[in-house]
Design a protein around this ligand. Structure first.
Ligand code: SF4
Length: 430
């Protein structure tokens, strides 16, 4: 059963809803509504779901109203229209679906993977004039930077952002950088190491990747974060890591960096809420960002999984809080989780701490195992969830008519330094 179907059953209180009673089975019953109920509104937040209580920056893109014919079409009609448009467009279009995307959309994807795998997959389909990215905004930006100028990258719903990526904007990071440079200087030490190396997680705007490219920094993914931090420590005395504090902390801690040398930088506080001496003594300065989906996982959920399922293997994503990662059996990227399950002996039991659409899909793909989400409350990545089949049908039929809707472009001034930071990452060997 897809997450969308489960949410609809739970919120209607109907029989067949998976293991949950009434509306308490989802993080908000509003998730049962279609995204266009929210997309045209100037909301101060991201709409219903796991990230709904995060504050959306004023510059966060908003999606205009979807034409009525798509809003009122039945699921069957949308399915037929998507397939007809897809067939008409043939090799001229490629559809990418992130692991966290809803099944109703992923079923049309030519490739399914994490953000970086998908951006790379797009570069292999050189015949595709249009790349439809069923993920979130920063992913489409990365695909645009890695694809050819002739290829148009399309995000079906512009409101599909990432609340974590939006927690670090170029102005706040530049301000932090200026303060750190004023305090620590910019000249290398006797070993040639600079005072600070900026490291941005892939889940960040193109502007921040460009910032890293311009300032001797680098991009990392959740798969290569340790290797990237090693690269940075070879070149710098300390690292400024943004936007995800948890990935930074979990990775640096596993590498032996003491917690007291990892201060948190809150951009809303003077000196980031820390002090000059702590910054001088630091090894990793962590940005005050987090993923609202992965922040939901708790130690109590792991204890319950172990009590209910003796022998269960608990794997969590490194975007989870440190206490959760410490108690889990393993932590790793979406690709790590998928490979671990694929390699396990039949009959294994997994409690997984990552987004519900991916966990449910793994459970369906590996029926020889018992696989369940650590969080019993269904709550998808609510921004990615805004890519509804109605939006996919709209952009596909637009292409059939010769109109490119919702194109995501990154200017050369940003893309060139961002590619420098991305290429540094590619040169790092895990
Ligand atoms: S799961 Fe979290 S980090 Fe990933 S796209 Fe959604 S909000 Fe962003």
């Amino acid at each position: 059963m897809s997450v969308t179907t489960a949410i609809q059953l739970i919120t209607r209180g109907e029989a067949g809803a998976p293991g949950a009673a009434g509306a308490t089975g989802t993080c908000t019953p509003d998730l049962a509504q279609n995204p266009w109920a929210f997309d045209a509104l100037p909301l101060p937040d991201y709409g219903p779901g796991a990230s709904m209580f995060d504050t959306a920056p004023a510059a966060t893109p908003r999606q205009g109203e979807l034409p009525e014919e798509y809003r009122t079409a039945s699921a069957e009609d949308l399915d037929r229209r998507i397939r007809v448009a897809r067939d008409t467009l043939g090799e001229s279009v490629v559809i990418l679906g992130h692991f966290y995307q809803r099944d109703e959309v992923v079923q049309y994807a030519d490739f399914v993977g994490d953000s970086y795998q998908l951006a790379r997959a797009a570069t292999e389909r050189t015949a595709a004039e249009a790349i439809i990215f069923c993920g979130v905004h920063f992913m489409a930006e990365t695909a645009d930077m890695l694809s050819t100028p002739e290829q148009a990258v399309i995000l079906p719903n512009l409101a599909a952002g990432c609340s974590m990526a939006d927690m670090a904007d170029i102005d706040s990071v530049s301000e932090c950088w200026d303060q750190l440079t004023a305090l620590l200087g910019s000249a290398p030490d006797a070993d040639g190491r600079r005072p600070v190396i900026p490291v941005t997680y892939m889940n960040s705007s193109a502007a921040l990747k460009g910032f890293c490219g311009e300032n001797g920094g680098i991009v990392c993914t959740s798969s290569n974060a340790a290797a990237v931090l090693e690269w940075a420590f070879e070149r710098g005395q300390r690292v400024l890591f943004f936007p995800d504090q948890h990935l930074g902390r979990n990775t640096a801690k596993a590498m032996g960096v003491p917690l007291e040398q990892m201060p948190l930088w809150n951009p809303r506080k003077p000196w980031g809420g820390t002090d000059e001496q702590t910054l001088r003594d630091s090894r990793v300065i962590l940005w005050h960002g987090f993923c609202s989906v992965h922040r939901r996982f708790t130690v109590a959920q792991i204890e319950k999984a172990r009590a209910d399922h003796p022998g269960v293997r608990v794997i969590v994503h490194p975007e989870c809080p440190m206490a959760v990662v410490d108690v889990a059996d393993e932590a790793g990227s979406t690709d790590y989780i998928r490979k671990a399950i694929d390699a396990a002996a039949p009959g294994s039991t997994f409690a997984v701490g990552t987004e519900i659409n991916m966990v449910n899909r793994l459970a369906a793909q590996y029926p020889q195992h018992t696989i369940f989400c650590l969080d019993p409350v269904i709550c998808p990545c609510s921004t990615m969830y805004r890519i509804h089949p109605g939006y996919l049908a709209w952009v596909l039929e637009g292409l059939v008519e010769g109109r490119v809707l919702n194109r995501i472009t990154v200017s050369d001034a940003v893309a060139e330094p961002a590619r420098v930071a991305l290429n540094r990452m590619l040169a790092v060997r895990p």
